[in-house]
Design a protein around this ligand. Sequence first.
Ligand code: FCB
Length: 441
Amino acid sequence: MLDLNRSDFPDGFLFGASTSSYQIEGHSFGGAGKTHWDTFAATPGNVVGGQNGDIACDHYHRMDEDLDLLRDANFDVYRFSTSWARVLPEGRGKVNAEGLDFYERLVDGLLERGIKPAATLYHWELPSALADLGGWANRDIAGWFADFTQVVMERIGDRVWSAAPINEPWCVAWMSHFSGNHAPGLRDVRATARAMHHVLLAHGRSIEVMRGLGMENLGAVCNLEYAVPVDGSEAAAKATRTYDGFYNRFFLGGLFNKSYPEDLMDGLGPHLPEKWHDDMDLIGQKVDWCGLNYYTRKLIAPAEGPWPHLEEVTGPLSKTQVGWEIYPDGLYHLLKRVHEGYTRDIPLYVTENGMACDDSVSGGEVKDQKRVDYLDAHLARVKRAADEGIPVKGYFTWSLLDNYEWNLGYAPRFGIVHVDFKSLKRTPKASYHALSTALQR
Ligand code: FCB
């Protein structure tokens, strides 16, 4: 059981679950084109076990069963993403009609069940044909993405409840071009700086397209981390500020204040595209809400070597299956900070929050009490923020299903529904039942 129930939250507060296309659908089905995740996974050493999204949860063929699970959990809203390569196998040009039909059936299936569809246009599966042209490091991606937005939203834009262009710009840009542990696996500061700017430019162009189609309730979704200095030294404080800068402040600053942090310019400035200032009005145009994805905090220490002169340090708090420290207070602090410093009066949503556990089925049950505790603790921080007048209007758990956790493959289990990746059988976990009960009360 969860401690908190629906009635503990303000009237109209929405509860939902999030997923993403490549992680659940099965990308080898339905005429989808190749993506940079397929080739990244096909390169030894990138993904645990060399696993890829070919089959994933086979959601492509089991969509109705999965939508029933959402309905039976009493969720109000479902956050899904549309795969660029499923709709446009070459990234541009010819539309795969079967792909577009799939997303239309998904949206209609949600509406039939009384669930609001919350669409994200891009959750990381860049078509390989566009990766060949430089992907996010190429400024032209903003136009390609605008065209993709047009194709998808001309079909489903009249029926989705909300839409966001891009999931987690930090992951698209930094994790994938600087840290190198997500596709395309680059480790290059110039490509990173360009991707950081272009991902926001693409966001802006996509919002423009959707406004042009008359759509409302458009937002931006950022993943944020609560950064903490490893000790009381000045050097640790500076390193933490830099980490917070390229993780949180860069994207929030661009999207909501039309500016990038000055203190990052010694490291990033030389690598940003020329005349980036000219794009800031487009990037910072008004959106209707902001989504925060929150999982963990990070301890930061100074380090030798080139910018950003820092490293992440393992912290002492209890950890999830993927080693992330559990720190619910960070969610409250970030909601408050984003509201006060960036988004002001527009609504906030927690668009992802959850944990990976080493779950297994026994006697038809999955006892994931740790996840129930995690959800309770984070929901309590969301409630605190709402009670203090911060306009947080909804909470989505990551994720509905156990799924393909990117470079970590299928071992980390983030779902409130267990998936047996051999039989593809779904088994709702204790956390699913707890949520379903709490949302009726
Ligand atoms: C988020 C991603 C999501 C999933 C969770 C665990 O950063 O948006 O796809 O990988 O982390």
